[in-house]
Design a protein around this ligand. Sequence first.
Ligand code: NAP
Length: 316
Amino acid sequence: MSSVPTVKLNNGYEIPVLGLGTYKALGGEVEKAVKDAIDANYRHIDTAYLYGNEAEVGNAVRAKIAEKIIKREDMFIVTKLWSNFHEPDKVEYACRLSLKNLNLDYIDLYLIHWPFSFPHISDNDSWPVDGNGVAIVNDDIDILDTYKAMERLVDQGLVRSIGLSNFNSEQITHILNGCKIKPVINQVEFSPSLNQRKLIEFCKERGIAVSAFTPLGRPNPQLKTPAFIYDDSVIEIGRKYNKTSAQVVLRYLIQCGSIPIPKSQTKERIQQNIDVFDFELNSDEMSVLDQFNTGHRIALLPALKHSKYYPFNIEF
Ligand SMILES: NC(=O)c1ccc[n+]([C@@H]2O[C@H](COP(=O)([O-])OP(=O)(O)OC[C@H]3O[C@@H](n4cnc5c(N)ncnc54)[C@H](OP(=O)(O)O)[C@@H]3O)[C@@H](O)[C@H]2O)c1
């Protein structure tokens, strides 16, 4: 098993170019999935306070440290600040909750999960709604103030790197215009159907890496969606390299300059998804994948459209 290549972030830390996603992995299954992933040579794990599985991720990492399979510094653990903790004086509190859940001394990368803010009603009231079921947002919080509170976590040694998730180009510019510590990453939805070339270029010019969530478009074998997983043209490319279409897609996303974080809780697929470093797609094959760019977004969150911080009202 060879190790996964890394990307150097703008603060000098290195992140493995592929990680394990953990969203909606079933409770009780995440710990096993992370252990299987570490055995398969994953060193980058993506979780979030919202997912409710930080404790399982931490258990798996600590178990593998105890087994002497890894050292803490070999791992790159990403977690995220949820939107009900955006008040600047709640940020350190939220970070300490995540650290306590993970039972680790520091977080490698702490992201602002989404740019919109909710009021903090309680720690676990993640989606406050009014009597009509409409999401209650708090647009009075300037997301730059939230970010500045994140910077203090770096100064305190609680987190090594900070970054953004689901931020559009204007929101990134707003952060860059007022920050002391540059965000290292913007994590966004990125798959062949949502080709984020413009956002990647924008981020690259500013020294920000892009990690790709929902990279496989959440395959549905019954409906045979998304097309890029089930289409003969992609299966054919895979046949040439003895790979599945999911592996072809992950390779494509890496060659586009992103850091995919496919989720799986199935040992065989966990192993399959990291086995993408022994082949390279040529430009014709990259163009085949480019054809699937319909702009279809899975994480659209239309219920948040009324927030001034909703990120999808501009092109990128
Ligand atoms: N920042 C954000 O706002 C945000 C939003 C969404 C997601 N994320 C992160 O990104 C991660 C990945 O995104 P996602 O979970 O939405 O979608 P995804 O990784 O595109 O798809 C996950 C689905 O693909 C299946 N799968 C995995 N590998 C496969 C393979 N080789 N062949 C066929 N099917 C395969 C999984 O099934 P099995 O598990 O049964 O194998 C699971 O049902 C999340 O887990 C989370 O960590 C972040």
